[in-house]
Design a protein around this ligand. Structure first.
Ligand SMILES: [Zn+2]
Length: 142
């Protein structure tokens, strides 16, 4: 423990010294800043006395004050409802009488329409795709 102590003590003292110097530096730079600001303030007061008004601000403050105004709630184009899937122009617009669907066992489309859709379509789905047989009534919207 004693052998280590010397080294630890030395490291610690350097660290301590650095810390102390940092504190001194910060105190000094704080004072220097106040000194310079006082000079500027005096000059500003002189200018004001001559009718020239200036304002001293930090760059942070300046940038904050001059930032482009971004209203927090940007006015949205009146409630654009989330776009639903483009409906087919008509419930039977894509109906093709010469095609037969092996899945739905119906005319109007073929099995390729079922690549994304397993199982037979409901009439409502058919209407959405424009595949509703024209003789069927248009299903009421859900
Ligand atoms: Zn089908």
């Amino acid at each position: 423990m004693k052998g280590m102590a010397t080294e630890t003590k030395e490291v610690k003292s350097k660290a301590q010294r650095a810390k102390e110097l940092k504190e001194k530096y910060e105190a000094l730079i704080g004072e220097a800043k106040e000194e310079q600001l006082a000079l500027v303030q005096t000059a500003l007061t002189e200018l004001t006395g001559m009718g020239f008004e200036y304002k001293l601000v930090t760059m942070d403050e300046y940038l904050r004050q001059n930032a482009p105004q971004m209203p927090k709630s940007a006015p949205r184009a009146t409630k654009a409802a989330p776009k639903a899937k483009e409906p087919a122009p008509g419930p039977s617009a894509n109906y093709e009488a010469d095609k037969h669907c092996p899945v739905c066992k119906e005319q109007g489309h073929d099995g390729r329409k079922h690549r994304q859709h397993k199982g037979p379509f409901t009439n409502e789905e058919l209407a959405g795709l424009g595949l509703l047989p024209p003789e069927l009534p248009i299903p009421a919207k859900a």
